[in-house]
Ligand binder design. Structure first.
Ligand code: DGL
Length: 270
């Protein structure tokens, strides 16, 4: 059968954080149909083992492939770090696979030669060392310093941003030695675009904030163009699935997606 331009784009994350990426995709590529999968039963991925995240990711790919997705976009840094290679091998020629880390690495190569760059993300993302390894391979004099910021995901999910608590937590992290004198900061978690303004305020615009959702969508557009897979249709339908439905998740989707969406429950294991 092969991959068709009219097929949907599959996007997955540990939960609803990847909706920031889905939102960016919708804005930039309005003709695409999206199938979003949030693995809310296993949230957070940031504290899970590599083996566990790999197992969840493969199960999710099965669901997305059943829906004939032309692209599977891993909209989670933790899963990109832990499972990208495995997912790519598993999916083979059935769909194009993208992660959220490589587009950022390409952006660094093109824009930030010889610069000190900071990275914040979950423990899984930071401890995996994936960003550090890829930056080192670039050999363009980038000094990458990273800091795990595990309080940020629960804080954002609880709706704690743009207030005193979030400002205090952010200040506490951003003033750490690891992030001193950086010229750019990678938001290495798909939840963090929601606190981008606060991070910009902390640095008074002296540090370039790299929002991976924007960078990833530009790369996705490039991939679709390259393979002549862009959907120019206007009759699009998006579908949102979660592995464990709660009303709380459904009401939080608005925060991440800017509009409320109807979540369908889809268990990964019976
Ligand atoms: N959105 C995930 C990421 O980009 C983090 C959330 C989690 O820990 O599950 O890493």
């Amino acid at each position: 059968m092969g991959i068709k331009a009219s097929d949907p784009i599959g996007i997955f994350d540990s939960g609803i954080g990847g909706l920031t990426v889905a939102q960016a995709v919708k804005k930039r590529l309005p003709g695409e149909n999206l199938i979003y999968f949030g693995d809310t039963a296993h949230l957070p991925y940031g504290d899970k083992s590599t083996a566990a995240i790999q197992a969840y990711s493969i199960k999710i790919c099965d669901v997305l492939l059943q829906h004939n997705c032309k692209v599977i976009l891993i909209a989670c840094n933790s899963a990109s770090a832990a499972a990208y290679e495995l997912v790519k091998e598993y999916v083979g020629s059935k769909a194009k696979v993208m992660n959220v880390i490589d587009p950022v690495i390409n952006y660094l190569r093109e824009n930030l030669v010889q610069t000190k760059v900071g990275l914040i993300g979950t423990k899984q993302t930071i401890l995996s060392g994936v960003y550090a390894k890829k930056v080192k391979e670039l050999e363009i004099g980038i000094e990458l310093t990273s800091l795990a910021t595990p309080l940020l995901v629960p804080m954002i999910e609880e709706g704690f941003f743009k207030n005193q608590i979030s400002e205090d937590i952010l200040n506490e992290y951003l003033k750490r030695e690891e992030l001193s004198d950086i010229k750019a900061l990678i938001l290495g978690c798909t939840h963090y675009p929601l606190i981008k303004t606060e991070i910009q305020n902390f640095y008074h615009s002296r540090v370039r904030i790299l929002d991976s959702s924007e960078i990833v969508v530009a790369a996705l557009k490039g991939l679709l163009d390259f393979h002549h897979l862009q959907n120019s249709g206007s009759n699009h339908v998006d579908q949102f699935m979660v592995s464990d439905y709660t009303e709380a998740f459904e009401s939080s989707t608005q925060m991440f997606f800017q509009e409320s969406v109807k979540l369908e429950s889809h268990r990964l294991w019976e």
